[in-house]
Design a protein around this ligand. Structure first.
Ligand code: MN
Length: 253
């Protein structure tokens, strides 16, 4: 089984090494094609206005000077000798839950894989408090990663769907299990916009992490993580809101 690994935290991120260790429990045919620099928050962006550079670090390890979507595209079109059987994206440093998935480069890399018709899974490690940087503990992902991936290898993946996995910020033995659940949503209350002055005297703005406040949903990814479970959420690329189709059509009748 050929597996392509990517992420949005960059080729040197600790979470990518965690993901490689998880993937090697399933195969030795592991390929890495990841952004050269951190791309968190890049969403599904594709670099169109400048060239993309790819650097080969060893026989099966490449970095790309663009977004996670660029990295998957380069992996599929240029780096790998043929299509992978599986794409794993992560393990992200931080949650990708609820409606945050649209900001996520980690999830978007898996979206790109799903568009290419390849079984794709995004994996993220929730952590307890802000400002932990590269000290974020990946213990839950390390211990539970293979347990959550193994059943997904034989599961049916409908066209243009992917699976989004989040590991709770708990020691592995405190994790209660794995819960398949739908995507939740946050209350819309964006966090701080930090304002400062740069060395040349101009103001700059820096978006802080927004809180994870959310109205308790029913069987959502947010709820599963709150209750100490690994969340497993199937996502689809068809964003159509079916329930609105008829009402909108009436407006144009
Ligand atoms: Mn990230």
């Amino acid at each position: 089984m050929r597996i392509l690994l990517t992420n949005d935290d960059g080729i040197h991120a600790p979470g990518l090494a965690v993901l490689e260790a998880i993937a090697r429990q399933f195969s030795d045919d592991i390929w890495i094609c990841a952004p050269a620099e951190e791309q968190s928050g890049a969403g599904h962006s594709l670099t169109l206005t400048r060239p993309v550079r790819m650097r080969q670090h060893d026989a099966r390890r490449f970095s790309v000077s663009g977004t996670p979507t660029d990295a998957v595209t380069m992996g599929l079109r240029k780096a790998l000798p043929g299509p992978p059987d599986l794409i794993l994206s992560g393990v992200n440093r931080g949650a990708n839950l609820g409606d945050d998935v649209t900001y996520s480069g980690t999830v978007s890399a898996a979206i790109e894989g799903a568009l290419a018709g390849i079984r794709s899974i995004a994996l993220s490690q929730v952590y307890a408090r802000e400002g932990m940087g590269d000290t974020v503990p990946f213990a839950a992902a390390e211990a539970w990663g293979a347990k959550v991936i193994a059943p997904l290898l034989g599961a049916p993946f409908a066209p243009r769907t992917l699976v989004n996995v989040n590991f709770p910020a708990l020691d592995p033995q405190a994790v209660k299990g794995i819960r398949v659940c739908r995507q939740g949503f946050h209350d819309y209350a964006r966090g701080s916009v930090v304002e400062g002055t740069d060395p040349r005297g101009y103001p700059y703005y820096w978006f802080g992490l927004h809180g994870i406040e959310h109205t308790a949903g029913h069987a959502t990814d947010l709820e599963a993580i709150d209750e100490g479970f690994v969340s497993v959420t199937p996502l689809q690329l068809d964003l159509t809101h079916d329930a609105s189709l008829a009402a909108l059509a009436e407006r144009f009748a």
